[in-house]
Design a protein around this ligand. Structure first.
Ligand code: SAM
Length: 496
């Protein structure tokens, strides 16, 4: 994109703000664009991914799992590793807000404006399965993309909501350790990436969005624990939506204080745009064309130690017997026996069907300390410690495990994506170069060569659900029978 595409009023405003730095700002639109991806450390380590991929990756200085890839590296969104959820394609600057939130395993995290989920997936990777992430977005269509990205990334401890934050405040007052408000904004930082945004932008947008952002910040502030940390970020340059927004919030909320951002080689905060009212530290470099700004505020009304959550790793429930025969011999767990005695003649509990599936198809029950929650025929593993969510539009109360019809459990794609290969009793893995990897992703039935079906033990029958993997990482289910893989890859996810 060349500079003349920018709206005239925008250019005048930026010239007034940047003064001597304005020409460097304009010139940045002509510079080479940077492409980024973030390795999903819920699935594998940075080193493991770098050993697996042919892409030439260069580290993003402010995000340890973020990398630049070259435009000539093919299409990373069209690679079997992408379908295995091994990475998320994300602007390098967009990796900054979640990094600033400094999430630790065991914390309760809210991503208030989450769709399509770039930052949710980054925050969840930080949690490493311990704790909880609530991902909310007010737009129903955008929530669908959010759910898909959460499932693709194999996140087990996310709750997805589709609500006006005003409806969340009551349920979650003072609940979260960390909150990200990646606010809807006038999008001035997106003009280069999405030229249409430059065409529709209007000079009154910053004020219009500021109104909405003020409300979101206040609502988020009420849901933060004393001593908690929240990050407010936008992809726009306008001081009305950034520096002035934070200054007004601090005026209204004396219990909050701004934390200085600590990111290597990234900084776009311009305290001087407010005459230094709340400035700390030296002036930052001029914003770049794709810059994203982020501010961290901490609630300090009570002693910090009262609010810093100590890590609460998942308590693992006892592992299921490793083989199908052992499972049959062990019989139903005590809680199931109790329910069976109590409920003879009652409608079957979907949890029973899930337990049967787990015994016959999985090497270990992967739900940890999560509560099993049934909604109609659908079964979810809901993270522990959630408050009642009455009256709130809950799209996913937790990890979607599958559905039950006629007492038969059908595993969900989300279950496959959240499992590790060794958690299934049967698995088949193709290398990313094997044409069958793409044929599986296209929904084709495949023939297996002898020995290609791997089982957790010798006595596991060669018939049943198999976890299909690419380079050892799950991409979906198939049913194995007579050496054939009957494809269960969901039609909506298929490689086209
Ligand atoms: N965090 C996202 C990511 O990294 O993929 C991008 C978020 S985007 C900048 C802002 C989001 O805010 C949009 O998805 C929009 O639907 C949502 N939104 C707009 N108004 C909202 C509101 N009042 N409450 C919650 N979400 C809202």
């Amino acid at each position: 994109m060349t500079e003349p595409m920018l709206p005239e009023a925008f250019k005048q405003k930026m010239e007034g703000l940047l003064e001597a730095e304005y020409s460097a700002f304009l010139a940045s639109y002509g510079e080479e664009r940077h492409y980024g991806l973030r390795i999903n450390t819920l699935k594998l380590s940075v080193e493991q991914f770098r050993g697996l991929t042919r892409m030439e990756l260069e580290p993003v200085p402010w995000a340890e799992t973020g990398f630049y890839y070259r435009e000539g590296d093919g299409r990373p969104g069209k690679h079997p590793h992408y379908h295995a959820g091994l990475y998320y394609i994300q602007e390098p600057s967009a990796m900054a807000p979640a990094k600033l939130l400094d999430v630790r395993p065991g914390e309760r995290v809210l991503d208030l404006c989450a769709a399509p989920g770039g930052k949710t997936t980054q925050l969840a990777a930080k949690l490493q399965g311990a704790g909880l992430i609530v991902a909310n977005d007010v737009h129903p269509d955008r929530v669908k993309a959010l759910v898909k990205n959460i499932e693709l990334s194999g996140i087990r401890n996310a709750v997805v909501l589709n609500e006006d934050p005003a409806k969340l405040e009551g349920a979650f007052t003072g609940y979260f350790d960390k909150i990200l408000i990646d606010a809807p904004c006038s999008g001035e930082g997106m003009f280069r990436k999405e030229e249409d945004m430059a065409k529709v932008w209007r000079p009154d947008w910053p004020e219009k969005y500021a109104e909405m952002q003020r409300t979101l910040l206040r609502q988020a502030g009420r849901m933060l624990k004393p001593g908690g940390l929240m990050v407010y970020s936008t992809c726009t340059f306008s001081p009305e939506e950034n520096e002035a927004m934070i200054a007004a919030f601090l005026d209204e909320h004396p219990a909050f204080a701004v934390e200085p951002p600590r990111l290597r080689r990234l900084g776009a905060r311009r305290p001087d745009w407010l005459g230094g009212r709340y400035a700390r530290g030296p002036k930052r470099p001029a914003p770049r064309a794709c810059g994203r700004t982020g501010s961290r505020a901490r609630a300090t009304s009570r002693p910090r130690c009262a609010a810093v959550a100590s890590p609460r790793p998942w308590r693992r429930r006892g592992l299921r017997p490793a083989t199908a025969r052992a499972a049959r011999e062990a019989g139903p767990p005590r809680s199931r026996r109790r329910r069976a005695r109590a409920g003879a003649g009652a409608a079957a509990d979907p949890r029973e069907a899930l337990a049967r599936f787990a015994a016959e198809q999985l090497a270990a029950a992967p739900y940890g300390a999560a509560e099993l929650e049934c909604r109609g025929e659908h079964v979810y593993a809901a993270p522990a410690g959630l408050p009642p969510l009455d009256g709130i539009r809950v799209i996913r109360p937790g990890w979607y495990l599958g559905s039950v019809t006629k007492q038969r459990f059908t595993p969900s794609h989300a279950l496959a994506m959240g499992l590790r290969a060794e958690e299934a009793l049967r698995m088949v893995t193709f290398t990313a170069d094997d044409p069958r990897a793409v044929r599986y992703l296209k929904g084709e039935t495949l023939e297996l060569a002898p020995g290609e079906l791997r089982t957790a033990a010798d006595d596991v029958p060669a018939k049943g659900y198999a976890l299909v993997c690419i380079d050892g990482y799950p991409v979906g289910w198939a049913k194995v029978q007579d050496g054939m893989l009957k494809n269960e890859y969901p039609p909506g996810w298929r490689w086209t």
